[in-house]
Design a protein around this ligand. Structure first.
Ligand SMILES: Cc1cc2nc3c(=O)[nH]c(=O)nc-3n(C[C@H](O)[C@H](O)[C@H](O)COP(=O)(O)O)c2cc1C
Length: 337
């Protein structure tokens, strides 16, 4: 059942049509006509969780557990290696709890990128401590992502309906695991209040995964024809809003921006708003599935070139300078903060 669902998630993601809005277009960055910089010296390297990556980009959690997803994970990890960027595997529940035979589809990621690369394990916020240890072990993860996916589960006919006890479970995990714990959404955003609650139990890494991109209510609705959930497709906290609000918490809470990240402006704006690293899932998957490895590589080549273009156009020679840039908030985003 879980294997079938994994495949349907990828297939249905490609069929979704709802256009969300991250509200990142309401972040205005100023042009610098006199940057006094040499393009060849623009430095996009950044350090996260003790490792240096060449660009502040994360290929975010998507898949694993089937032959089909093994192929996807292989290609994604080749891209992660080629660009020296971070990568998260999809939920490892299937490998740690149910089917030992599908472990290779996850292990292939660490085997491909090598031990120097930044790789995150992934499980649900309901996972046991023992399973978190297994998930980390399987891919020698540098951190564990624990996903919160209430909207997805509730849209899924066979999904969970009891969401109690997740908070104390996360508290138990963060207190007993010696690797960093990243709490992530799957495309509906994290509010300041939820971030504060997580901060209070010791969480120092949050992937906001806001709305505006992949829409799991629609993906699940394509698997469940008994109910029309379309009026809920716009539900969620837009990525820009979630990021700005979570950044109001103390500095030692490190934020990954994701949800609807498609282009260089989304990435640069996320960094200016305070993200350490920026995650991409659906957009990269589309390039990969529709045109193969070379198509996805061309997309990333263009993306990193355009990030450098924007850095010179803002007069910023490295990521630290970029993150300290001024910005203005306009439009709907201004009304919401
Ligand atoms: C096909 C697909 C499968 C996903 N599976 C997982 C998963 O197993 N675990 C998880 O934490 N997030 C999962 N996600 C959510 C992404 O990590 C991300 O939070 C979300 O898609 C928003 O980013 P995007 O708009 O760039 O796709 C999945 C996304 C896609 C498109």
């Amino acid at each position: 059942m879980r294997k079938k669902r994994k495949r349907e998630h990828v297939e249905n993601y490609l069929k979704t049509s709802f256009q969300g809005d991250t509200l990142l277009s309401d972040v205005y960055l100023e042009h610098n006509a006199l940057p006094e910089l040499n393009f060849s010296e623009i430095d996009t390297k950044t350090k996260f969780l003790g490792k240096t990556i060449d660009y502040p980009i994360l290929i975010n959690a998507m898949t694993g557990g089937t032959e089909f997803s093994q192929e996807i994970n292989k290609e994604l990890s080749l891209l992660a290696k080629e660009f020296n960027i971070a990568m998260a595997v999809g939920s490892e529940t299937i490998a740690v709890c149910e089917d030992e035979g599908c472990r290779e589809s996850f292990k292939i990621v660490r085997e491909t990128v090598g031990e120097e690369s930044l790789v995150f394990a992934n499980l649900s916020g309901r996972a046991s401590l023992e399973d978190v240890e297994k998930a980390l072990d399987l891919i020698q993860g540098d951190a564990i992502q624990l996903h919160l996916n209430v909207a997805q589960e509730i849209a899924m006919e066979e999904g969970d309906r009891d969401f109690s006890g997740v908070y104390s479970n996360i508290e138990n995990i963060v207190k007993n695991i010696d690797k960093p714990v990243i709490i992530k959404e799957v495309g509906f955003g994290i509010s300041k209040e939820v971030a504060q609650k997580l901060y209070d139990i010791g969480i120092r890494y949050i992937d906001i995964s806001g709305s505006g991109g992949t829409n799991f209510i629609e993906i699940e609705n394509l698997r469940n024809m008994n109910i029309d959930l379309s009026e809920l497709y716009s539900w969620g906290i837009p990525t820009a809003l979630s990021l700005i609000k979570c950044k109001e918490l103390p500095e030692d809470l490190k934020i990954i921006s994701s949800g609807g990240i498609k282009n260089s402006k989304d990435i640069v704006k996320s960094l200016v708003l305070g993200a350490e690293v920026v995650g991409i899932s659906g957009e990269l998957l589309s390039y990969l599935v529709h045109g193969g490895y070379d198509n996805a590589k061309n997309y990333l080549d263009g993306l990193v070139y355009k990030i450098k273009m924007l850095m010179i156009l803002m007069g910023k020679k490295n990521i630290e300078e970029l993150k300290a840039s001024d910005y203005k908030i306009i439009g709907d985003l201004k009304d919401l903060i």
